[in-house]
Ligand binder design. Structure first.
Ligand code: SIN
Length: 473
C-alpha cells in the first residue's frame, strides 16, 4: 500500500499520523495519507512566503514557460492521472479523461494570459506629473480544493495564482489527495521552484484554520460548501485577506413548451449525471412546462434507463457517490418529497451494484415545500416541478439563496433574452447542459460565492492594482 506525503519547500514531508484513502467504488483502501497538521501548514506558508520574492520577481515569460511544461507533462501522463482520479473519486474513466483535458486547459490558458497582464498610463491633469497603475501579485495564496474535481479545481486556482507570480499552499480534499500529489510531482519536474507550490495534507478543519488565519497568507481561494466558505470568510476577515469562493448551487433547468425536447433531455443528462450529479453546477430543480411534461418525461425515463451504473474503471456512465453521508442525504430528500406528495417515476434507492451506488431517480410533482427543491442534492436525483407561465417560473427559479448556474431550453429568441436577463445566476446555459471551459468566468451570485475563476477574470483575482503618481520635479 502506497504512502502519500505533503510537499513543503520542495521536500516530501512525512508525519506520524495517517488517514486511509478509499476507493468509493468498493471501499477498499488504496493508500495512506500522512497528516501534517497545523505545524505542517505553518511551515508550508513560510516556505511559500520565502519563495515569493524570486518567483514574483522573475519575468512573466519565465513563469509562463514553466507552466507550459507542467501542462505538457500532465497531458503526457493523462492515462495514469485519469486512473488515479477514478480510483479516488469514483467517477467514470471517460469523465476523468475529460477532467484531465479540462484541468490542463486552465494551465495553458493562464500561462498565455499572464503574458498580457499590463497596467495603464493616464492623461495626467498636471503636466509635471505622471500617473499610472501597475498590477502585482497579491502574495501567498491558500487554495482549498474539493473531491469532486480532484484535478480541475486544483489547476484552475494554482495555475492562475502561479502565473501571476503568487506562491501557493494547496490543501486538496483528504478524500482525493493522490491526484494533487501527482500534479505536484509533475510541477517539480516542470521546473516549478521549491516553495512555489506546496501541498499540505490532513484534517481539513485544522489545516483550513491555519490557511485562513495565518497573517502571511494574502488570499484564500476555495471551492466547496457554502457553510465552509462562510467560515473561511469569517477567519479571513481578521487579517482582511482577499477571498474567492466558489460555493454551493441549486441550479434550475427549465424546459419550455417550444424546446427541442430530445436536445433538452440530452442536455439534462449532461448536466445532471456528470460525476453522478456531484457537481456544484448540476441541474438540481427541473422545471417543465405543463403542455410538454408527459412527452419530456417519457423521453427522459427512457434515456435514464439506458445509463450504465457501475465501477468507473468498467466503462460505466454513473459511478458511486463519494461516501455514506451523500447516500443518506439523497434518501432523506426522497423520503421527504414522497411524504409531501411527490411521485417516484424511477429509481429511488441504492443500486445492487454496491452500497455507494444510487439509482438515477426521477420525482415528479415536486414543490417548493420539499427538501429536494431547497437543497443541493449532489446526486443522481431529478426533481420535476411543473409550471404554466413564464412569470411564475422566473420567481420559482430565483427562489433560492444560491445563484451559481441555471439552464433553459427554448427556441424563441425573445424569451431567450428575457429569461437570460432575469435569472439571478452567475452562469446561464441556453439550449446546453455543458457550460464549463477555461474561457468562461466561472462563479456565482448570492450565497454561491465571490469572484470568478477561469477566463480573463481568473488572473485578476490574484493581482493587486497599484496606482503610482510621479511628480517629475
Ligand atoms: C464544480 O462543481 O465545483 C465545478 C464544475 C466545473 O468546473 O464544471
Amino acid at each position: 500500500m502506497k504512502d502519500y506525503h505533503s510537499l513543503i519547500a520542495g521536500n516530501w514531508v512525512k508525519s506520524s499520523k495517517k488517514l486511509p484513502i478509499e476507493n468509493p467504488a468498493n471501499q477498499k483502501i488504496i493508500g495512506y495519507l500522512y497528516d501534517v497538521g497545523s505545524q505542517g501548514a505553518k511551515k508550508a506558508i513560510e516556505a511559500a512566503h520565502n519563495a515569493f520574492p524570486n518567483w514574483s520577481g522573475n519575468t512573466a515569460k519565465y513563469r509562463s514557460d514553466i507552466l507550459k511544461k507542467w501542462y505538457s507533462l500532465i497531458k503526457k501522463n493523462k492515462k495514469e492521472i485519469s486512473k488515479i482520479i477514478t480510483l479516488e473519486s469514483g467517477k467514470p474513466l471517460k469523465e476523468s479523461e475529460a477532467e484531465v483535458e479540462y484541468g490542463a486547459s486552465f494551465i495553458e490558458w493562464f500561462a498565455e494570459q499572464s503574458l498580457r497582464v499590463s497596467g495603464e498610463i493616464f492623461n495626467s491633469p498636471d503636466i509635471k506629473k505622471k500617473m499610472m497603475t501597475i498590477k502585482q501579485p497579491i502574495g501567498v495564496v491558500s487554495a482549498i480544493t474539493p473531491w469532486n474535481f480532484p484535478l480541475a479545481m486544483v489547476t484552475r486556482k494554482t495555475s492562475a495564482a502561479m502565473a501571476c507570480g503568487c506562491t501557493v499552499v494547496l490543501k486538496p480534499s483528504e478524500l482525493t489527495p493522490i491526484t494533487s500529489i501527482k500534479l505536484a510531482e509533475l510541477a517539480l519536474k516542470a521546473g516549478v521552484p521549491p516553495g512555489v507550490l506546496n501541498v499540505v495534507n490532513g484534517n481539513p478543519k485544522i489545516i483550513g484554520k491555519s490557511l485562513s488565519t495565518h497573517p502571511l497568507v494574502k488570499k484564500i481561494t476555495f471551492t466547496g460548501s457554502t457553510l465552509v466558505g462562510k467560515l473561511l470568510m469569517r477567519n479571513a476577515s481578521n487579517t482582511v485577506k482577499s477571498v474567492s469562493l466558489e460555493l454551493g448551487g441549486n441550479a434550475p433547468f427549465v424546459v419550455f413548451d417550444d424546446s427541442n425536447l430530445e436536445n433538452a433531455v440530452n442536455g439534462l443528462i449532461d448536466s445532471k449525471f456528470r460525476n453522478a450529479g456531484q457537481t456544484c453546477i448540476s441541474a438540481n430543480r427541473v422545471f417543465v412546462q405543463e403542455s410538454v411534461e408527459k412527452k419530456f418525461l417519457d423521453l427522459l425515463v427512457n434515456k435514464i434507463e439506458s445509463l450504465k451504473i457501475g465501477d468507473g474503471m468498467k466503462n460505466s456512465d454513473i459511478g458511486p457517490l463519494i461516501n455514506t453521508k451523500a447516500i443518506l442525504k439523497l434518501k432523506s430528500h426522497i423520503k421527504d418529497a414522497l411524504k409531501k406528495g411527490a411521485n417516484l417515476l424511477c429509481g429511488g434507492s441504492v443500486s445492487t451494484v454496491g452500497e455507494l451506488f444510487f439509482q438515477p431517480t426521477i420525482l415528479s410533482n415536486v414543490t417548493s415545500k420539499m427538501m429536494a427543491f431547497n437543497n443541493e442534492n449532489f446526486g443522481p436525483l431529478v426533481p420535476i416541478i411543473t409550471f404554466k407561465k413564464d412569470e411564475s417560473l422566473i420567481k420559482m427559479c430565483n427562489d433560492t439563496s444560491y445563484g451559481l448556474a441555471a439552464y433553459f431550453y427554448s427556441q424563441n429568441s425573445k424569451r431567450i433574452w428575457n429569461i437570460s436577463e432575469k435569472l439571478e445566476f452567475g452562469m446561464v446555459g441556453v439550449n446546453t447542459g455543458k457550460i464549463s471551459t477555461y474561457l468562461n468566468p466561472f462563479g456565482g451570485f448570492k450565497e454561491s460565492g465571490i469572484g470568478r475563476e477561469g477566463s480573463t477574470d481568473g488572473l485578476e483575482a490574484f493581482l493587486e492594482k497599484k496606482y503610482i503618481s510621479w511628480d517629475q520635479n
